[in-house]
Structures are given as C-alpha cells and as structure tokens.
Design a protein around this ligand. Structure first.
Ligand SMILES: [Zn+2]
Ligand SMILES: [Zn+2]
Length: 199
C-alpha cells in the first residue's frame, strides 16, 4: 500500500467526486448525491436537500485545482482548505472501518467534511512527494482526473472506460490500415520506377 488506507479511500473518492462534473452533470439532485455517496459509507450530518448537493457541486472545481498544481501551489490550496474548516484531527472507528482520521465533527456540513477529508489525504501525498499521482485522463476527449495508486505508476486513464475506448480505437485504426494496405493495387516502388526510366 502506498498511503494509509483512509488516505487512499479519500483520494479515490475525491477523484470520483470531481469526475461527476464531466460532460454530463452526474449530481443533478439530492437523490443523485445519495447514490454517489452510498459506496463510500459517509457518516455524519446529512440534510439531503438542494443546498447540500449544490455545496458539494461547488466543491468540485476547488478540489480539481489541486490536480495539476505544482507543489507550492498545492500546499497553499490544501492549507487554505484546512484553515477554512477548521480541522481538528482525531482517530475514530466506525461502521466496520478500523481506526482512521476524521478532522471535523460529525455535525459539520457534508461539503466541509469532504473538503477536509481530501485535504488531510493531501498532507500525506505532498509529504511523500507523490503529487504526480494526481493526473488527468490520457484520452484526448476526456477531462476527468485520475488518481494513480498503482505500484508501477502506470495508470493513465480515468475510470469511465477511456482506457478500453482508446485501445479499441487504436485496434480499429490498425486493422483498417492493414486492410487498406492489403487492398491497395500493387504499384511499382519509386526505386523500381526510376530503374525503369534508366533502361
Ligand atoms: Zn470515517
Ligand atoms: Zn477519461
């Protein structure tokens, strides 16, 4: 494992949150937010209203700024996030999760808890000089962020199928190229043609 478990979960959750704002709005209403949060077992205060979901939507561009930021800029952004909350790190155990860090009280607003959780995770990432784990999807037509937690730093595509799509497109292009080549009538090569002129 590269980072502490809760750090990795927070980073993956933050990337997933940012990627709900791609070409399509994936958090249009409170029900969509509930569905998004379900796999992450978020605890603490929830209001399930329009205000909550719009505050969470507004958090996304703020988190995205950290992707692609240089070290000093990332530090400024993360420190500002922690100051705003304000964060008070505590170890807690709940819902089958072993000890992990919470830095806000359970009655803080959801977007505040999400912001602090991400900022706390970034403390590890920056101190471990692993900022380049935060990337953008390598597909030309995709703006999604990627968090690369792989051993060999090999992750290039987001989780929305860009890897498969890009590989499939490359395969089709190779196949079409091979087909075009085999179908092309044989023409004498340049060298053969100039030899023919010499004769
Ligand atoms: Zn927790
Ligand atoms: Zn992508």
């Amino acid at each position: 494992m590269l980072f502490a478990h809760d750090t990795e979960v927070s980073l993956v959750a933050a990337a997933a949150l940012i990627n709900t704002s791609g070409s399509e709005e994936l958090l249009p209403d409170p029900a969509a937010l509930d569905a998004f949060l379900a796999p992450w077992t978020w605890t603490g205060k929830r209001t399930h209203d329009e205000e909550e979901v719009s505050a969470v939507r507004a958090l996304r561009p703020k988190l995205r700024q950290v992707w692609g930021a240089g070290e000093d800029e990332a530090v400024d952004l993360v420190n500002a996030m922690l100051r705003e909350s304000p964060a008070l790190p505590q170890l807690v155990k709940h819902d089958g999760w072993d000890y992990h860090m919470h830095a806000t009280t359970p009655d803080a607003d959801l977007h505040v808890r999400m912001q602090v959780e991400f900022a706390m995770a970034m403390l590890d990432v920056i101190r471990m000089k692993e900022l380049d784990r935060l990337r953008f999807c390598a597909a030309d037509d995709c703006n999604d962020v990627v968090i690369d937690l792989s051993k060999n730093r090999s992750r290039r595509f987001c989780e929305n199928g860009c890897g498969n799509r890009t590989n499939a497109a490359a395969y089709r292009a190779r196949k079409a190229d091979a087909l075009a080549r085999s179908a092309r009538p044989r023409t004498p090569s340049k060298a053969a043609a100039s030899r023919a002129e010499d004769e």
